[in-house]
Design a protein around this ligand. Structure first.
Ligand code: VG1
Ligand code: CO
Length: 544
């Protein structure tokens, strides 16, 4: 093999965010931009001689090209074998599954998740470690540091590799195995859920399903699992063909972006379960007829019912949620007398807790739920979980959630995003909030008396590592909370996220509209942050 060492100069902005490095495609197309980052990962990894790496992405624009570059660089860096999803495709949870199942050293996932795709939109790359999960901050910090001083990278001079034919070939002394992207993942799902029960309910028509793949990676997975394997009526999966630009939409499963599904679910012929996933297949939205399940509630419902499903019949070791996620799951954990951990935003923080067997289920308010079956959040897993639960309980989605509220009380919850704010203004809003923190405890605003106010600091209970400034939390004596943080996944300006929650035990109140139930807190968030005033925006751009 002819391997060359190419000279390069550093880019100074290759700092991975909440989930990998995300930039405009145009940035990634700059000379050596991708190569610098990938070589920085190899440099931090050190000796990878003979190791196996996994590679796949969500199929967005630039996916194939990036895959070719990474394979050639892997060969030149001594990697023994690359396992690549056919067509360069793998959903994020499937990549995690493949790394674990085949005991690979790690893997590259090419995705900017829910961000739009296309020549003028976003691309992303992240490295996952041996446990199948996103690399921890210590690793991404080291990659960033390396990228700022890199001076050369290694690449094999090879013709383009055939990414479409299944099977193993030799590429310049390195084995490249093109694998079916769905097989391993589908097998794992079969092991966790009662496929027989779900299948008979779908075939009998007692459960109907509409899954919106949003022209993203889950199309082939959902077709195979829901329609071919479980027997859902053909057409149950919509927008099933992955497209490089996701059909021009945002592959973000929420009521704003998955509008085709939302319309169906609020219409006269709604199926039993409506669901959607994002660009790379790790998020999920769950709906019943005229009913939207907040991701925070979904996590709590899954935790309370997990023992009814085959993969979780032994019960849960513990649970975890990201800090801004509502406290609904905490109430379930208390009832079950298991531990509940509060972690910073981003799946990488769950990895240690899962590996140390401290938790079985975890989730985030941003439409992410998962368990110890892989080390990523998992969209289709959550949909299968709900299908299985509905089949066991023989109740509608709405009835399952309302029962849950009657038992545990309801955590009204919403997130207000202000997107595309000038970065300096967004930083200013955060520091204005930070300046108030020490004076807030004990202060009252109407019925709300502040019990604590801080900038969230996380000490990992497994390795003791510390992550600071993870978001501003303001907690009230009645259990309500307001959280403020800046997004770490955007590629344009800044996004301010305001998370609002209020608990109500009284079943009479559970029917209330969420925004109305939260209106005092919404006003209070503005009083404290002056977000509208400083951003010049009269309303949030997205409310979930
Ligand atoms: C967002 C979500 C966070 C999630 C992250 C990656 O991050 O809030 O909960 O882990 O996206 O998800 P941020 O920093 O923009 O708030 V995905 O599906 O984009 O990989
Ligand atoms: Co995603």
């Amino acid at each position: 093999m002819n391997s060359v060492i190419c000279k390069t100069t550093p880019y100074l902005d290759q700092k991975p965010g909440t989930s990998g490095l995300r930039k405009k495609v145009k940035e990634f197309q700059k000379p050596n931009y991708l190569e610098n980052f990938v070589q920085s990962v190899f440099d931090v990894l050190g000796n990878v001689d003979g190791q196996t790496l996994v590679l796949g992405g969500d199929g967005r624009y630039f996916n194939r090209q990036a895959a070719q570059t990474i394979i050639k660089m892997a060969a030149a860096n001594g990697v023994g074998k690359m396992m690549v999803g056919q067509g360069g495709l793998l959903s994020t949870p499937a990549a995690s599954c493949v790394i674990r199942k085949h005991k690979a050293f790690g893997g590259f996932i090419l995705s900017a998740s829910h961000n739009p795709g296309g020549p003028n939109e976003d691309f992303g790359i992240k490295y996952n470690v041996t446990n199948g999960g996103p690399a921890p901050e210590s690793f991404t910090d080291a990659v960033y540091a390396r990228s700022r001083e890199i001076s050369e990278y290694r690449i094999a001079e090879l013709p383009d590799i055939d990414l479409d034919t299944l099977g193993e070939t030799d590429v310049g002394g390195m084995a490249v195995e093109i694998i079916d992207p769905v097989d391993d993942y589908a097998q794992l799902m079969e092991h966790l859920f009662d496929f027989k029960l779900i299948s008979s309910a779908l075939k009998a028509g007692s459960i109907t399903l509409c899954f919106d793949a949003m022209h993203a990676i889950t199309g082939p997975y959902a077709k195979r699992i829901f329609e071919e394997r479980l027997g859902a009526v053909p057409g149950s999966v919509i927008n099933a063909i992955p497209k490089e630009d996701f059909g021009g939409g945002h592959p973000d499963p929420n009521l704003a972006h998955a509008h085709e599904l939302a319309e169906l679910m609020y219409g006269p012929n709604a199926p039993t379960l409506g669901a959607a996933s994002d660009g790379d297949g790790d998020r999920n939205m769950i709906m019943g007829s005229r009913f939207f399940v907040t991701p925070s509630d979904s996590l709590a419902v899954l935790a309370a019912n997990a023992h009814m499903l085959p993969g979780y019949k032994e019960g849960l070791r513990g649970v975890a949620r990201s800090m801004p996620t509502s406290q609904a799951v905490d109430r379930v954990a208390r009832g079950m007398e298991i531990d509940c951990y509060e972690t910073p935003t981003g799946w990488k923080f769950f990895g240690n807790l899962l590996d140390a067997k401290k938790i079985t289920l975890c989730g985030e308010e941003s439409f992410g739920t998962g368990s110890d079956h892989v080390r990523e959040k998992d969209g289709l897993w959550a949909v299968l979980f709900w299908l299985n639960l509905i089949a066991v309980r023989k109740q509608s989605v709405a009835d399952i959630v309302r029962d849950h509220w009657r038992r545990f009380g309801r955590d009204f919850y919403s997130r207000h995003d202000y997107e595309g704010i000038d970065t300096a203004i967004a930083e200013g809003i955060m520091s204005h909030l930070r300046d108030q923190l020490s004076a807030l405890p004990g202060k009252s605003f109407g019925d709300y008396r502040v019990s604590f106010a801080d900038d969230f600091l996380y000490r990992d209970p497994v390795d003791g590592s510390i992550s600071e400034r993870q978001g501003i939390r303001i907690g009230f004596e009645n259990g309500s909370r307001i959280v403020f943080r800046l997004s770490g996944t955007g590629t344009e300006g800044a996004t301010l996220r305001i998370y609002l929650e209020r608990y109500d035990r009284d079943p009479e109140q559970h029917k209330r509209d969420t925004q109305e139930a939260l209106s005092d807190l919404i006003d209070l968030a503005e009083t404290l942050s002056e977000a509208k005033k400083h951003s010049g925006m009269s309303a949030p751009t997205v409310i979930t």
